[in-house]
Design a protein around this ligand. Sequence first.
Ligand SMILES: [Zn+2]
Ligand SMILES: [Zn+2]
Length: 119
Amino acid sequence: MAKDAGKLDKIVLEARRNAEKRAQGYRAQALKLFPWVCGRCARTFDHKNLQLLEVHHKNSNHDDNPPDGSNWELLCTYCHEHEHSKLKDSMGRDDGRQAEEAATHSPFANLKDLLKKKT
Ligand SMILES: [Zn+2]
Ligand SMILES: [Zn+2]
């Protein structure tokens, strides 16, 4: 069991390393393809602040990296953050609400049952 977990750790670590390598690859490629301008706020970048310019995946699939750049968009780190918080909001809010309801409603339901039994 412990051995398997160690093996899994290695696989995960390796996959992560590969993903990082690939990320550096497509970022460099995107920076070659596109002008260094944020696609949202139109802020321009140069070598001094280039680390703030990030590659966004239009279909949010980080494994989808066509070499012509059709799935990439250069966004500054702020707009990129905003873009992802929008995505998380629209997709994650229902889950959050359900979890909240499950956490708050079920104890009260139990409480009602308990009260009913008592009276
Ligand atoms: Zn921006
Ligand atoms: Zn992104």
